[in-house]
Design a protein around this ligand. Structure first.
Ligand SMILES: Nc1ncnc2c1ncn2[C@@H]1O[C@H](COP(=O)(O)OP(=O)(O)O)[C@@H](O)[C@H]1O
Ligand SMILES: [Mg+2]
Length: 252
């Protein structure tokens, strides 16, 4: 059975103006699915609609078969789905340990054992347990944000552009940790700008254009599909798309 099932999701900000216009997807336990697409396609909005930060206007969201459509954020977290937003995802004035504890506020009695498990998974966090988050590098803070999310022992982990602003080395390292997290049995749905690299490490990819499913399939194969490659800016293979999700000519 899939851990996360989304059918015909509809939603947006201004009344009567949908940004997400019928998105469907599924993620199984242990699977890594990436969502890619041009800026403004509605990727972050999908994540908000899934986690109760924005109320869906239509469609259905199920976790392990249980309908969680439209539940408030805390109830979604209790049901087993957690979001690492793109920005402001750690508390800069708190230490690593304090940040991790914040990820377990629903079940403080279990914080100690869960922190040990997260530090075991991400040894960098054990080494830096008393360091203030704001003194860490961008890559280290992303690892902390992911560790904080895992403190709730989620069935489904949602990541919004975890490698944004990171060096290529830090991005590759982070992708490795995302891959390992999925391999531990968590269903991971990752929104990424770094589309080609994201497809290389994912099981499946969903290309979102103008709030709708535009392409989907097994990810490494999709990354090599000429039609999909034409959707992305060529050049150094950064894999960014233009605003319409269509091909843009690049000079050799
Ligand atoms: N808080 C908001 N209020 C109004 N419009 C928004 C808000 N956030 C995003 N939008 C609009 O919704 C559309 C999709 O945005 P978003 O989901 O952030 O796209 P993506 O993450 O794919 O770049 C864009 O047109 C954006 O301007
Ligand atoms: Mg976004």
């Amino acid at each position: 059975m899939t851990a996360l099932t989304v059918e015909g999701l509809l939603g947006g900000y201004a009344a009567a103006d949908h940004v997400v216009k019928g998105v469907s997807l599924a993620v199984a336990p242990g699977e890594l699915v990436c969502v890619i697409g041009p800026n403004g396609a509605g990727k972050s909005t999908v994540l908000k609609l899934l986690t109760g930060l924005l109320r869906p206007r239509g469609g259905r969201v199920a976790l392990d078969g249980r309908d969680v459509t439209g539940l408030p954020p805390r109830a979604v977290l209790e049901a087993g789905m957690v979001l690492v937003p793109q920005e402001r995802n750690v508390f800069g004035t708190l230490t690593v340990e304090e940040n991790l504890a914040m990820g377990c506020f629903l079940d403080a009695r279990r914080a100690r054992s869960r922190m040990a498990a997260v530090m075991d998974r991400f040894p960098l966090l054990a080494e830096r347990r008393r360091q203030l988050a704001r003194t860490m590098s961008g890559g280290q803070r992303q690892i902390l944000a992911m560790g904080q999310a895992l403190m709730s022992e989620p069935r489904v982990l949602l990541l919004d552009e975890p490698t944004a602003g990171l060096s290529p080395k830090a991005a590759t390292d982070l992708f490795g940790l995302v891959r390992a997290t999925a391999a531990s049995g968590v269903a991971v749905l990752m929104v990424e700008q770094n589309a080609l690299q994201a497809m290389e490490i994912s099981d499946r990819a969903l290309v979102l254009v103008d709030g709708r499913n535009a392409h989907e399939g097994p990810a490494p194969a999709l990354a090599r599909d000429p039609a999909i490659r034409r959707l992305f800016l060529g050049g150094r293979g950064e894999g960014r798309m233009d605003a319409t999700g269509t091909a843009r000519e690049t000079s050799p």
